[in-house]
Each structure stands twice: as structure tokens, then as C-alpha cells.
Design a protein around this ligand. Structure first.
Ligand code: NIG
Ligand code: FE
Length: 414
């Protein structure tokens, strides 16, 4: 048992389980208990309350001395397994090339795929565990990881098997997403049908047989997968029990959102561009809008219209999109800063979006995403800070003092 006393404020407490993702104006409501205690038993949160009711127990105790305690970040969109960084494309973009131009030349995702195809599983695993360790230090306590840098039957399976090994070694829960439809390999540029057949007839059955994925994703975008192609892939995934989480509206509005909603997607991710019709469609759905502001930050592009989305009563989650091409960072506190600074989300809205709504976007809301009795004790203890708003305000500072994972003080072993 572990007792944490004198917590300045316990953030995002839940007395009765939240049944649906937090939407619209509710996002600004962040249930908080000031001057609080938290009791952990085993790997679970046992109880919490105000200091006036703090139990006196002869057990391991942490005096939080005025620090804040939050649920760990739930990062529902990452590409954490990859072979190599892509700084040369970063420099090409500084010189004026666009992301689409680099991709059209066989760079971008195809560059990452070539490198991953050559790299042995052990090294991919080692690198991924190192990155996982890093993001846990930033306070991430649950994470989703996608394939999509394999793009051959063998390499997609290799990547998903690496994700499974990361899962087996990870102290935090991991959801795996199959993203075979990330880009068309060069050899299939003129023959989409053949690559889709590979996905449908060879990748999906084997992935299902080995139980390698929880979700299916596709990059629905001009120059990548059309709405019709994505629809086919998503429907095929559903036959194998994989629910969709879809990359769409990063650069163009093409109907990806309507298609994803019609297929009951758990989430649609990116939404740097979003029109009124799409917003309406999301409003009348259970699909979460997952925003990834580190991507437009890195690409120097424009940000999703988060304020309009809050006004339209949408459920918004925030995630990192950690990947070598558009977001070489899994730093969730920085995502929160961008959400507030660049998308004008209030700190409370951003925290809800990065915790409980992120949990919903991975279907982990029963066990993660808030401070609630019986939930997993994955929490963040901040440094001494003047207010909660200081977290997104002081961008770039590491304000996470300690993380507790599964009820234990977590220590990096890297
Ligand atoms: O979410 N947009 C598609 N996929 C990734 C980027 C992949 C890459 O460039 O390697 C993203 O931004
Ligand atoms: Fe992504």
C-alpha cells in the first residue's frame, strides 16, 4: 500500500464512472480535489479525499508537499516503432520542399519502410523500448502504437510482432493498430488493387490468426489512400474484429470523416482541415476527434480548429503522433502546450483531452484516464508549480517530478 499526502490538488477525479467521452463545453470541467490524499493498494487506486479525512496508516507514505497529482497521459496515436530518424527530409523541408513532394519522390513513409524492412527485430525492439521509456518519463501511462512502416507482408508482420514484444515488456498498457495502408509501395503506385489485395488476403488473415492488432488504420489522403480504398480496408478489418481509427483530414477534406463515422470508427485523427459538414457528421456520432498538434507544429502547417470543435460539442482527444516524419517527439506536456497556445484550448480542456478522452480513444476508459477507485494507479506527480495552468504555460520545462506506474514509483532503466 502507498499513501500520498498533502497533494496540492488531485486532478480529474471521477466519483461515478464516465460513460462517454467528454464533449464540448464539458471539456472545461476538470473535477479536482484540493489539499488531498490518495491511497494505492497493489496496482490500483484504492481511495482518495481531502486531507481532513486522510487515514493515518502505518504504510509507505509520500509527502507530496504541495505538488499536483494527475492521471497519466493516455497517448492514443503513435508510430513509436520505427527504424531511423529522418533529419535529411527535415532539412529538405526547411529548404522549401513540402511533405507531399518528399513523399512523391519516394521519401517520407517509403523511406522509413525501406529502413525498417532491413532492420532486425531485436534492434527495432530495443529502440522502441528506449522511446517508450522516454515517453513514460514525460508522464505517458497508456499508449497506442501503429504498424505501417513495413508495407510488405513480412515487414508489416515483423513490425506488429515487435509491437507485441514491446507490449510484453511494457509497464504501461499498449494497444496495437494495423496500418498496412499507410502508403503505396513504389511497385504498387500504378496498381493499387494488387496492394489492397495483399492487405486483405495476406496481411489481415495472418494478423488476426496471431492476434497482433486491436485496431485498423489507413492514411486517407490525396496521394495515399482514397476514401473508397480506405472504406474497403476498414470493412475488411471489421470482419477480423478490428475497429477503425483513421488518419484523415491532415491536408485535404475528401470525405474520410463521413466514411469513418459510417464505419463506427473509434477515432478520426489529425483534422488539421475540417469543414462544417464534417463537424456536423462528427457531432452526431460516437467517433472521437483526435488532434495531433505536434504534427502541424513540425510541418509548419495550420492547426485543427479546436475552438470551433469545442463549440460544436465534439469529443476531442489529444495525442502525440510520435513518428520520424512529422513528429519526432512523444512529449505529451508539449502537446498540451501546443493545444493551448496554437489551438486556444483551455488547460482544463487539454488535460481532459489528453487523459480520459485519450483513454476512450483506446477503449481503456474503464481502467485509465482519471483518478477513480479501482482504476490502475498510473499517475503523475508534478514538481512544485504555482498552478495547474503552469503545465501548458511553461512549455519545454519538464514539470513531471515522479511517475507512478501500476502503483509503484517508476524508475527509468535506460
Ligand atoms: O500521422 N500522416 C501519416 N502518418 C504519419 C506520418 C508518417 C511519416 O511521415 O512517417 C502522421 O503524421
Ligand atoms: Fe500518425
Amino acid at each position: 500500500m502507498l499513501l500520498i499526502r498533502n497533494i496540492k490538488a488531485l486532478i480529474n477525479t471521477e466519483s461515478t464512472p464516465v460513460q462517454t467521452p467528454i464533449k464540448g463545453s464539458q471539456l472545461a470541467h476538470l473535477p479536482t480535489i484540493e489539499n488531498a490524499w490518495l491511497l494505492i493498494e497493489g496496482d490500483k487506486i484504492k481511495d482518495f479525499g481531502e486531507m481532513s479525512s486522510c487515514p493515518s496508516l502505518d504504510i509507505e507514505t509520500i509527502d507530496a508537499e504541495g505538488r499536483y497529482l494527475l492521471p497519466s497521459w493516455c497517448d492514443s496515436h503513435t508510430h513509436l516503432v520505427f527504424a531511423a530518424s529522418r533529419e535529411s527530409e527535415f532539412v529538405d523541408r526547411i529548404k522549401g520542399l513540402s511533405y507531399a513532394e518528399i513523399a512523391a519522390k519516394g521519401g517520407g513513409i517509403l523511406n522509413s519502410a525501406r529502413r525498417l524492412q532491413e532492420m532486425p527485430e531485436e534492434i527495432l525492439l530495443e529502440n522502441a523500448l528506449q522511446r517508450l521509456d522516454e515517453v513514460i518519463q514525460y508522464g505517458t501511462g497508456a499508449i497506442e502504437i501503429k504498424s505501417g512502416y513495413g508495407l510488405t507482408v513480412a515487414a508489416e508482420l515483423k513490425m506488429l510482432r515487435v509491437i507485441r514484444q514491446v507490449k510484453e515488456r511494457s509497464p504501461i498498457p499498449i494497444k496495437a493498430t494495423f496500418l498496412g495502408a499507410h502508403a503505396y509501395p513504389m511497385a504498387y503506385r500504378e496498381n493499387h488493387e494488387a496492394y489492397i489485395k495483399l492487405i486483405l488476403d495476406e496481411m489481415l488473415p495472418q494478423i488476426a490468426k496471431e492476434g497482433l492488432a486491436d485496431y485498423i488504420d489507413a492514411f486517407c489522403e490525396k496521394g495515399f489512400f482514397s476514401v473508397e480504398e480506405t472504406d474497403r480496408i476498414v470493412k475488411a478489418g471489421a470482419k477480423f474484429g478490428l475497429k477503425p481509427k483513421i488518419h484523415t483530414n491532415q491536408f485535404n477534406c475528401m470525405g474520410g470523416i463521413q466514411m469513418a463515422v459510417a464505419n463506427q470508427a473509434i477515432s478520426v485523427d489529425h483534422l488539421e482541415v475540417l469543414n462544417a459538414e464534417e463537424m456536423d457528421c462528427l457531432k452526431n456520432s460516437n467517433t472521437i476527434a483526435t488532434l495531433l498538434p505536434s504534427a502541424p507544429f513540425f510541418l509548419n502547417d495550420h492547426y485543427p480548429p479546436a475552438r470551433k470543435m469545442v463549440e460544436a460539442d465534439l469529443a476531442i482527444a489529444l495525442a502525440s503522433d510520435f513518428n520520424p516524419g512529422t513528429t519526432p517527439s512523444g512529449n505529451m506536456p508539449f502537446v498540451l502546450s501546443l493545444a493551448c497556445i496554437k489551438m486556444r484550448m483551455l488547460p482544463n480542456e487539454a488535460i481532459n483531452a489528453a487523459t480520459i478522452n485519450g483513454a476512450f480513444a483506446m477503449e481503456l476508459q474503464q481502467t485509465h484516464g482519471s483518478i477513480a477507485r479501482n482504476k490502475q494507479a498510473n499517475v503523475i506527480l508534478t514538481k512544485k508549480i504555482p498552478s495547474l495552468n503552469f503545465i501548458p504555460y511553461a512549455f519545454g520545462s519538464n514539470l513531471v517530478d515522479r511517475v507512478i506506474i501500476g502503483g509503484k514509483l517508476w524508475q527509468s532503466n535506460k
